[in-house]
Design a protein around this ligand. Structure first.
Ligand code: NOJ
Length: 554
């Protein structure tokens, strides 16, 4: 009989089995009572994160910044925003994280800088400055680049005229974020220096912001690089030489046929965020049908050894539906963002999951059960584990970036400062207010989302098959049910998810599943009846069940 335990070595690729948790230091925990989250506060919450089962943190940008794009507008790549602490606080945080076996990834935001960065300030003032060629300039911008705008409803051009410079500069994102000139070897040297610096401080890798734009050469006329992916290969080689187990996790939101190129031949990015599956998850939720999930998994390219998908439900940006067809996107909008104000950039939704599904705890739990079983590495975002809501009265994507809700105390336990000094208002009152939705309260309720997610993480760690196994979608005869089997190193795990609000019983071909009993690992509730010999498996409304195929030691 096949057995899963037995102390087999993992692949050695820690990120294939990681539980990633992303947070913004500024909104997680205030340690000094000034209303802004900081490294001291975060360090004090490491035991909470370890207890949840998180193995790797991804910190959103915490560098000095004018903060006009939530820190994605950097003025100093080698420091900590003074509001969040000092480099010393960062090092203490790293030491404490290491004590708990938690790795740390930081954001590498080098497609652009802030326009306040000293490089840009020098470049605009002096044509002969060595920093001039750090950026992309033109005297005459090409007409009609609207189609390529990333923030179409906010910006109206990719080029901005700068009086001091007497030329136009390229900015893929906001006007205040001039793009760096990646074709300039000096810029690539700077990037290596930044990478080397944070590796030396102990980080396990980087989330690479805007990877496709980083290597694109729009507007670069002077000696462009022949093969832009060379930039990523060089970065990877540098990283590997500094620290063998460090990784690159790229934001690469491109069509399926372009994804593979970012993995290269296993010599570029280690992980890519799975935007394709993400958008289709929401289509599946809207339709209460499994087919979009299966189709999106099949649409993904094969990835080289060492490559991995990073799955997520929501991130700090809009829910991006660009990869859906127009009619599909409309369906998701109708289901989850009926008001125009809930939508953004013409392609996305600026809400967190629970309000989108009407606060139905079954649908929320279902989404996270799926997250922890889909092929790849799961990435949670702070507040998801307690089902935090959004604040649509805040501008743009800020709606989903409110402070973490720790307790029912004033300020939600985020900060003891007077609320008017909070970096952002904590959600108060109503269904998602801190008084009702908070960590302290959910700790005490055995069936809370927090405790469910903790159990899901425990089970996920016991099922490495889901991380990197060979997977297939099983036929159940029930269109609402997504059934997936994953196999890895002799182990077999099975997950069933009912996307619809009606109970059902599905049949699996037992022969197809191979020998051995189905051992229940966890479910949305206690299903008394074990699956019968004919393979009939009951699933509650929006229910889920995980099984191991074959006997298991208890
Ligand atoms: C992607 C980040 O996720 C987003 O928040 C930011 O606005 C852009 N990159 C620009 O840095």
């Amino acid at each position: 009989m096949e057995q899963h335990w037995g102390g087999q070595a993992m692949s050695g690729r820690w990120y294939e089995q990681a539980i990633v948790y992303s947070l913004d230091v500024e909104t997680f925990q205030d340690g000094d009572g000034d209303g802004v989250g900081d490294f001291a506060g975060l360090t004090g919450r490491l035991d909470y994160l370890a207890g949840l089962g998180v193995t790797c943190l991804w910190l959103l940008p915490f560098y000095p910044s004018p903060n006009r794009d939530n820190g994605y507008d950097v003025t100093d790549y080698y420091g900590v925003d003074p509001r969040l602490g000092t480099l010393g606080d960062f090092v203490v945080f790293m030491q404490e994280a290491r004590e708990r076996g938690i790795r740390v990834l930081v954001d590498l935001v080098v497609n652009h800088t802030s326009d306040q960065h000293p490089w840009f300030q020098a470049a605009r003032r002096d044509r002969h400055s060595r920093y001039r060629d750090y950026y992309v300039w033109t005297d005459e911008p090409p007409q009609d680049t609207r189609a390529k705008l990333v923030f179409p409803t906010v910006e109206d051009s990719l080029w901005e005229y700068d009086d001091a410079a007497g030329a136009y500069y390229l900015h893929r994102f906001y006007t205040h974020q001039p793009d760096l000139n990646i074709a300039n070897p000096a810029v690539r040297e700077e990037i290596r220096r930044i990478v080397g610096f944070w590796l030396e401080l102990g980080v396990s890798g980087f989330r690479v912001d805007a990877a496709p734009y980083l290597i694109e050469q729009l507007g670069i006329t002077d000696a462009p690089i022949d093969d832009p992916h060379r930039v990523l290969r060089e970065l990877r080689a540098f990283l590997a030489a500094q620290r063998g187990d460090a990784i690159l996790l790229a934001e690469s939101d491109v069509p399926p046929d372009e994804l593979r190129s970012f993995f290269g031949d296993g010599d570029e990015m280690h992980l890519l965020f799975n935007f394709i599956v993400n958008a289709h998850l929401f289509l599946a939720f809207a339709r209460e049908r499994a087919a979009p999930i299966a189709a999106s998994l099949r649409a993904l390219p094969a990835i080289p050894p060492g490559g991995q998908w990073a799955n997520f439900v929501r991130n700090h940006d809009e829910l991006d539906l660009e990869r859906l067809g127009d009619a599909e996107r409309e369906e998701v909008f109708r289901a989850f963002a009926p008001d125009k104000d809930m939508r953004i950039f013409g392609r996305g939704i600026r809400r967190r999951l629970p309000p989108m599904v009407g606060g139905d705890p079954r649908r929320v739990a279902l989404a996270y059960s799926l997250l922890f079983t889909l092929p790849g590495t799961p990435v949670l975002r702070y507040g998801e584990e307690i089902g935090m809501g959004d604040d649509l009265s805040l501008d743009g994507r800020t709606s989903v970036r409110t402070p973490m809700q720790w307790s029912g105390e004033a300020g939600g336990g985020f900060s003891t400062a007077p609320p008017d000094r909070f970096v952002r208002p904590v959600i108060a009152g109503g269904e998602y207010g801190y008084e009702r939705v908070n960590v302290a309260r959910q700790r005490r309720a055995p069936d809370s989302l927090l405790n469910r997610i903790e159990r899901l993480i425990r089970a996920r760690k016991e099922c490495p098959e889901f991380g990197r196994g060979a997977w297939r979608v099983l036929e159940t005869g029930e269109p609402a049910v997504f059934a997936q089997e994953s196999r890895w190193k002799g182990g077999r795990a099975l997950a069933l998810h009912n996307l619809a609000g009606d109970e059902c019983t599905v049949s699996l071909d037992r022969q197809d599943l191979g020998e051995g009993p189905l051992v229940e690992l966890l479910g949305d509730r206690d299903y008394e009846a074990a699956p019968d010999d004919a393979g009939g498996i009951r699933l509650g409304a929006y229910g889920y069940r995980w099984f191991r195929v074959g006997a298991m030691r208890h």
